[in-house]
Write a protein that binds this ligand. Sequence first.
Ligand code: CAA
Length: 384
Amino acid sequence: MTFWLTDEQLMIQAMAREFARKVLAPTAMERDRTGQFPIENIKKMGELGFMGMMIPPEYGGEGADTVSYVLALAEVAYACASTAVVMSVQNSIVCESIYRYGTEHHKQQFLKPLASGSVLGAFALTEPHAGSDPVSQSTTAVRDGNHYVLNGTKRFITSGKSAGIVIVTAKTDESKKHEGISAFIVKKDTPGVIVGKPENKMGLCASDTTDLVFENCRVPVENRLGEEGDGFKIAMSCLDGGRIGIAAQSVGVAQAALDASVKYTKQRNQFGQLISKFQGIRWMIADMATEIEAARQLTLAAATRKDRGEKFTLQASMAKLYASEMVNRVTAKALQIHGGYGFIKDYSVERLYRDARVFTIYEGTSEIQRIVISNHILKDKRRF
Ligand code: CAA
């Protein structure tokens, strides 16, 4: 089903669908089993323009709008959610942060290779004791002449091992709470950057997630993103875009679960007929399809607001909350429809069910989205 999509948006969606189903889907199950990072596929996605979709061509990107990006991301997630999270972090948080807040030097030096997909990026905000509450982070950046010296540990960093460039937040002034946090662009080969062991995860097994430890890591002052103290707002504003990306991922995974279920119900016979004939199954299919469409419309609406230059924090959180909870309901129903087969790894719904689980957690839990949404609703004076 469509929204008000342009020919160009539909063309990008079709291209992403063809690539995802031909190249990513056939090996997704194998990647899930081995945990092999999809580096060759990521390179191909860079060549197709998927790694810096919303960045203008002069900085190595595709110059596409957010709507096209979410359509493409949903297609990639449909085929392989592990690959989709790498694409999402690269586009939504890493490239956007540098494009929106970086200097011309940052764009030439860091954004160009990121947007063209020749280098992967990571975003290091979360810490062992600072997840939902990033203001309580304890990584420090102490000015020393023309450098900042970074010390601290970042946790659950998507592409932590594979990334060549990392955006790192750190405290530059302990007394100032969120205004004491700054953001830095750090090359991974800088002395003092230590990559932790890859996490052994329940889902998204082919994306790498590690600690990143900074030990007296000297970062040039010119690599600071924005002014001193801008780091929290840079992170929050770029996470808004990230949350639309997680909503798109959720829609893609849910659609894959629905399509697998529909196919299965038309093949599986019980009590002398296809199980697609049973009302109990049909109602599940109807609810799944309706919820996916609702999430898709919320996602496209948030993306459209972003493309129009309007505020979209509220809509991004609503899309992320609804879509990420929806995909958990949908993949659970898909597994139920498959019965015992859904519980074994030969069937894709088993992987989709595990992959979806983190969507209500990363880039802001459902509880954080509810805080953001309720704050907006309660502050909106036009409602009274
Ligand atoms: N855009 C721009 N500015 C924003 C903003 C936004 N979306 N949200 C907040 N701000 C600004 C506020 O306007 C405020 O500015 P002023 O001082 O000028 O008034 C400032 O930031 C502080 O805002 P709050 O008082 O609302 O901040 P808070 O400490 O209460 O936190 C929160 C708000 C919503 C709970 C926030 O901390 C949050 O989103 N937490 C979740 C963190 C998160 O999503 N982590 C995900 C990790 S990244 C990840 O998962 C990536 C990956 O690898 C997959």
